[in-house]
Design a binder for this molecule. Structure first.
Ligand code: SF4
Length: 354
């Protein structure tokens, strides 16, 4: 890793408007940024009528982590990804668990700078199978992701992101072209959730992007963090389940996660009763792979065959403890084809990570 002064990097995807203003085309906020001003995320600055990324390679965390913790349960099971994050975010969710890095913006002073080649070198040294951009919103660092993903591909690694899914289609396509293989999108709830807590944004953008990602050949999983008093009522979660099926179909895994109080939001943790109700409802609706996360119960972290109901992949502590698929990803009992991408990595413990 290298620490040095890093110059702002010319941004991708922006358009000059007039009087020195520029329009950022990375996320659907589409900030109009005047000379000397920053966009909403604080990561993109208009310098002399051009847009620059001031956070290129300025990382807030780098560590090897299990792919199951993202969560990505149907992608390279039991592998590890070198997980990295920058600073700031284009959302300000009041219950953010990562608020210390999501709500701090990078400065242009001396920084902890990690060039893409060094990041990939570290992944290879750690024995990781891939990269994962996570913690804060990765796409606001589009320029760095493109360079890091291209570098990773040269060395046969996979690339993933954990995202709020609010990027533009142009940004999504750039990531795919750079080698994005898998992603996890966090759906925050229904329209009312976005209106009240996320600044009047449109949840349909997230479903649109997930659909386009599938069509581009990217592996997709969805997370629905059920937050007490925000999105835990039936009209809201039923809307989420209906859109999941209508737009993404039955095969895209859905992780129903428990919330715990954080940052500015202090309601009690999500009731288990509500989580299990949503789980049952999702199964009833026909979603084939449904999980309940953040409750530490392996029963709800197991993949069952959608046809014969046999347990096929069991997980505990974010590791695979039982794996029973055929080489071509089918149920060995009834032959049903399971939605699974990449290779299973057996015998990979966590001793070198923690
Ligand atoms: S990436 Fe940042 S500057 Fe660009 S539109 Fe989104 S919030 Fe605004």
């Amino acid at each position: 890793m290298i620490t040095r002064k890093q110059s702002p990097t010319k941004a991708r995807l922006y358009f000059k408007v007039s009087k020195g203003y520029v329009l950022c085309g990375v996320c659907e906020r589409r900030c109009l940024i005047g000379p000397g001003e920053k966009g909403y995320c604080g990561n993109r600055v208009n310098i002399g009528g051009e847009l620059y990324n001031i956070g290129y390679g300025v990382l807030s965390a780098v560590e090897s982590r299990p792919i199951e913790i993202k969560p990505l349960f149907h992608f390279w099971p039991n592998s590890t990804a070198l997980t990295f994050s920058g600073w700031s975010c284009n959302f300000h969710c009041p219950w953010c668990q990562n608020f210390t890095l999501s709500f701090n913006t990078p400065s242009t002073n001396e920084q902890y700078y990690v060039p893409p080649e060094k990041l990939v070198e570290k992944a290879i040294r750690n024995g990781d199978e891939g990269l994962c951009a996570s913690f804060n919103e990765p796409t606001i660092h589009l320029e760095y992701l493109v360079d890091a993903f291209r570098e990773a591909k040269k060395h046969g690694l996979y690339n993933t992101i954990v995202s709020n899914g609010y990027m533009t289609l142009d940004a999504l396509k750039e990531l795919r072209e750079a080698g994005l293989d898998g992603l996890n999108f966090d759906i925050k709830g229904c329209r009312e959730t976005y209106k009240k807590f996320i600044g009047a944004l449109d949840p349909m953008v997230v479903f649109r992007n997930a659909r386009v990602a599938l069509d581009l050949g990217i592996h997709v999983e969805m997370v629905f963090l059920v937050v007490t008093g925000a999105n835990d009522y039936s009209e809201c979660y039923e809307w989420v389940l209906e859109k999941h099926i209508e737009i993404l179909g039955y095969d895209v895994p859905l992780h129903i996660n428990r919330y715990y109080p954080s940052w500015k939001y202090h309601e009690p943790p999500t009731s288990l009763k509500t989580l299990f109700e949503i789980y049952e409802k999702a199964k009833e609706y026909g979603i084939r792979y449904v999980y309940v996360g953040n409750i530490g119960d392996p029963k709800y972290e197991t993949t069952y065959c959608p046809r014969c109901g046999k347990p096929l992949i069991a997980r505990s502590g974010y590791r695979v403890i039982y794996y029973k698929l055929t080489k071509n990803g089918r149920c060995p009992y009834c032959g049903f084809k399971i939605n699974i991408v990449g290779k299973y990595i057996p015998n990979k413990g966590l001793s070198f990570i923690i």
